[in-house]
Design a protein around this ligand. Structure first.
Ligand SMILES: NC(=O)c1ccc[n+]([C@@H]2O[C@H](COP(=O)([O-])OP(=O)(O)OC[C@H]3O[C@@H](n4cnc5c(N)ncnc54)[C@H](O)[C@@H]3O)[C@@H](O)[C@H]2O)c1
Length: 268
């Protein structure tokens, strides 16, 4: 989709790749709406980027359905028509499953998997009525491969991938001019996964964000970053026994130890 003059809503746009994607969209002359739980972060993004074009922000906790509905209503009242929705807000707990509290489990699933559906449910009706729109969901390579200390995060991202790519097929079956892109990045150096050690190079946020924006511009369907992760995992899982794939992913790719020293971003 050509993004110039389009209105882009980015959840989790106050930090990390969400913030970079906001700037990249403004540079392409799109109007940007940021949704984030972090008001200070929203204020900073607006201060830093308002010279690039039109950017507005709304404080919202996307794990709360009422807030999703009321904030969407505010967006409509302010006469914004969302052309492109990027469901990007996400969290990671980074512990063994047995160490998760029930709140950890629920929050991860709701923010990473349920919220993108609920937010899309607010904006899709207008897109369907206009027969135009774009939904981009930021999943993770964690949605392609099992990994210790990532079980709930993996569950949320597997879920997101399944919903997102099914939605793409539905739009096609309904012959709607609404594209859906599912993005599955490997680790990105944003702070979210601080402490992770990886044989496979950790991605730089700027380059990863640019790849996502280009995926939207080129109507891509489903991509991993780097691209080979998708083929390697899917192909390996298809041809190897589980034991052999475990050996390959654990010892050759080094995946299963990546989270051992995970700290995550230090709380401010
Ligand atoms: N960083 C990585 O290694 C990596 C790898 C693959 C996928 N991803 C995914 O990319 C997305 C962005 O990650 P990032 O690295 O930029 O992370 P980040 O922590 O820098 O940014 C996430 C943003 O989401 C916001 N957010 C969190 N909970 C929220 C809530 N309840 N309501 C509203 N906003 C909320 C945060 O305030 C923050 O601004 C996430 O979905 C993440 O799972 C990240």
């Amino acid at each position: 989709m050509k993004v110039e003059n389009k209105t882009v809503l980015i959840t989790g746009g106050a930090s990390g790749i969400g913030k970079i994607m906001a700037r990249l969209m403004l540079e392409r002359k799109a109007k940007v709406i940021v949704w984030d739980i972090n008001q200070e972060g929203i204020d900073k993004v607006i201060e830093e980027f308002s010279g690039f074009g039109t950017i507005v922000g709304y404080k919202i906790d996307v794990s709360n359905l009422e807030e999703i509905q009321s904030t969407a209503q505010k967006v409509f009242r302010h006469n914004h028509t969302v052309d492109i929705l990027i469901n990007n807000a996400g969290i990671i707990v980074g512990k063994y499953f047995s160490e998760h509290s029930t709140t950890d489990i629920l929050k991860t699933m709701v923010i990473n998997a349920t919220a993108p559906m609920l937010i899309t449910a607010e904006f899709l009706p207008q897109m369907l009525a206009r027969n135009s729109g774009y939904i981009c969901n930021i999943a993770s390579s964690g949605g392609l491969i099992s990994n210790p200390k990532m079980s709930v995060y993996a569950a949320s991202k597997w879920s997101l991938i399944g919903w997102s790519d099914s939605l793409r097929l539905e739009m096609k079956q309904l012959k709607k001019n609404i594209n859906v892109t599912t993005i599955m990045p490997y680790y990105i150096n944003t702070g979210m996964f601080d402490g992770v050690k990886s044989k496979i190079p950790i991605l730089e946020p700027e380059a990863a964000s640019l790849t996502i924006i280009q995926a939207i511009e080129n109507n891509r369907k489903l991509i991993s970053i780097p691209g080979y992760i998708y083929n390697l995992t899917r192909f390996g899982q298809a041809i190897f026994s589980v034991g052999l794939f475990d050996w390959f992913a654990g010892n050759v790719m080094g995946i299963y130890d990546t989270m051992t020293d995970f700290t995550g971003r230090k709380k401010i």
